[in-house]
Design a protein around this ligand. Structure first.
Ligand SMILES: Cc1cc2nc3c(=O)[nH]c(=O)nc-3n(C[C@H](O)[C@H](O)[C@H](O)COP(=O)(O)O)c2cc1C
Length: 325
């Protein structure tokens, strides 16, 4: 049984990766239904939380049916991060996750996200201070290192364990790689192999199917897998993985009707959640995958990703239904 603190996550948990503008409550609701074991919020700026910025505080909305749920925060300033932990604690998340992996320059240049990978002592000190400031289990999500010359993840994971984190998720790339090349699971495996490490290690990077999970599981002995892009427009991936890992059976892919129903629900939840303008806009990144592999979908997809109008989108979904059924 894999556990984060006292939270039991099953034999081989599958996690939804924190993803800005993606892993929001509407998407999380859908992923939960398809059997994800643990989810994280989008990353939340500690400075934004302290300033009471709407964008940051809205991301604190978590719901009981989502549990266990982790709230992810980022920042490079110790006092701000501790204050952010106090604010986050008020919504009683099951887990607080520290983002030490964001590669974006405006984050890293402040020593936050993956920026802190250039200063491991600071990373350890900041983590220790956060762990000591809360009774909520703290986890870390990070990358292999800053660049190919500093892939210290094996040592870093141990150091972070020693200051009290309860699990680590590792994206198998360096900050310098951003999203280029392939994720390197060898170093994730080495981290897991360290006999001194007893916290769960979750592997992350380039998992797009149940087969990928099985391959990574067999190769690297990780405690679970975290999925980001592979879930965008494809929440069925969690059901597929559960079925494949437990019974060796791959369920049939969702029909066009099932896809359309989930798209409608997702769109509806998004609009309720963020209002029509943003709800419609942020759905766009999901459509390609929702309808992946359907010959002749291109023109419909173009309509979906260029329309700003909910009625128009509903009409297009109906056209897709008529065309493929
Ligand atoms: C659109 C998008 C937004 C992301 N936002 C976050 C974030 O808020 N916090 C975080 O730790 N990682 C974030 N990531 C990184 C993912 O959590 C994950 O580590 C990365 O995509 C690699 O996993 P994958 O190959 O399964 O996508 C984001 C990735 C994407 C594609």
């Amino acid at each position: 049984m894999v556990k984060i603190g006292d939270i039991e996550l099953g034999e081989f948990p599958i996690l939804l990766a924190p993803m800005e503008d993606v892993s929001d409550p509407p998407f999380r609701k859908i992923c939960k239904r398809f059997g994800v074991d643990l989810m994280y919020t989008e990353f939340i700026s500690s400075e934004g939380l302290i300033r009471d910025a709407v964008k940051s505080t809205k991301k604190l909305d978590i719901f009981n049916f989502e549990r266990p749920i982790g709230v992810q925060i980022f920042g490079g300033n110790e006092d701000s991060m501790k204050r952010a932990v106090e604010i986050v604690s008020e919504v009683k998340p099951d887990i607080i996750d520290i983002n030490f992996g964001c590669p974006v320059k405006k984050v890293t240049c402040k020593g936050a996200g993956a920026g802190i990978l250039q200063d491991i002592p600071k990373m350890v000190k900041l983590t220790k201070s956060i762990v000591n400031s809360t009774s909520i289990p703290v986890t870390v999500k990070t990358r292999l290192g800053w660049d190919e010359k500093s892939m210290y993840i094996v040592e870093v994971a141990e150091k972070l364990q020693d200051v009290g984190i309860k699990a680590i998720s590792i994206h198998g790339r360096t900050r310098k790689q951003m999203y280029k090349g392939c994720a390197n699971w060898t170093l994730i495996e080495k981290t897991k192999e360290n006999p001194r490490l007893n916290i769960p290690v979750f592997g992350n990077g380039d998992v797009f199917s149940a087969h990928d999970v099985k391959e990574k599981k067999d190769l690297s002995n990780v405690d679970g897998v975290m999925i980001g892009r592979g879930s965008i427009g494809n929440p069925w991936i969690f059901n597929e993985i559960n079925s494949y890992i437990k019974n060796g059976i791959l369920p049939p892919p969702p029909t066009i009707k099932e896809r359309i129903d989930v798209v409608k629900e997702h769109l509806d939840l998004s609009i309720k959640w963020k209002g029509e303008k943003l709800g419609v806009l942020e759905m766009r990144r999901h459509y390609t995958n929702y309808f992946k592999g359907f010959k002749g979908i291109k023109n419909f997809r173009i309509k979906l990703v260029t329309s700003n109008n909910v009625d128009e989108i509903s009409d297009t979904l109906q056209e897709i239904d008529d065309h493929f059924n």
